[in-house]
Design a protein around this ligand. Structure first.
Ligand code: SF4
Length: 203
């Protein structure tokens, strides 16, 4: 897909950094805009960052996150293939969910971000993230996961949230998440032989 220049990406970052549209904004506090390659063809979309993610400006640094990063690598992805971000850009207090105003206002930022990064595929993690991105979605994530949904001028692939998967005793959920990541990789890099395949696709 055609890529925009870093200058346009910077202007979206500035808009996000100066935003105070909802109650999650704390004066002077940092926001999380994203990490990874702005030329990437695959965007990983989570719902919101927590304080630690903002401090480090990195997602997935805890146990569940590291496991998820390994799963992405096992499916074939390398660092330069991915851009990771969240729908809500300000930290959400522990144990809370972002409210409707935050989701709606921050979705506008995300739509601009998607437009300028212009990934071919957006992988959404968890039902709340999918429904915040595509509010018209009615079906449950267990029904929609792994589907290639055509929306916003690209392919959206919903899958489970890694933290939820790890909280389940069933190996089936891990296999399903892995399968969805595998499928996403194949959509973007159909001719590419996976560089180092550690795991096989679950059948
Ligand atoms: S959460 Fe989003 S909409 Fe709310 S203040 Fe932060 S950047 Fe703005």
């Amino acid at each position: 897909m055609q890529k925009n220049s870093g200058v346009i990406v910077d202007s979206v970052c500035e808009q996000i950094n100066s935003c105070a549209a909802c109650s999650l904004c704390v004066n002077g506090a940092q926001k999380f805009i994203g990490q990874g390659d702005i030329q990437a063809e695959v965007m990983i979309l989570d719902l919101f960052p927590i304080g630690r993610d903002i401090l480090r400006q990195r997602l997935y640094q805890d146990k569940a996150g590291k496991w998820f990063l390994q799963l992405l690598a096992d499916a074939g992805f390398r660092r330069g293939d991915l851009y990771m971000t969240t729908l809500v850009k300000c930290p959400v207090p522990k144990g809370e969910m972002p409210g409707k105003v935050s989701l709606k206002s921050c979705r506008e930022h995300l739509l601009k971000q998607i437009e300028v990064i212009n990934p071919e595929v957006v992988i959404t993690l968890g039902e709340s993230t999918l429904k915040a991105l595509l509010p018209e979605t009615k079906k449950k994530i267990s029904v929609l996961r792994g589907d290639a949904i055509s929306a916003l001028g690209r392919t959206i692939i919903p899958t489970y949230h890694p933290t939820w998967v790890l909280s389940q005793a069933k190996k089936l959920r891990e296999d399903e998440l892995y399968k969805d990541l595998w499928r996403s990789y194949e959509l973007v890099f159909p001719q590419t032989k996976r560089r180092k395949r550690i795991k096989k696709i679950p059948v």
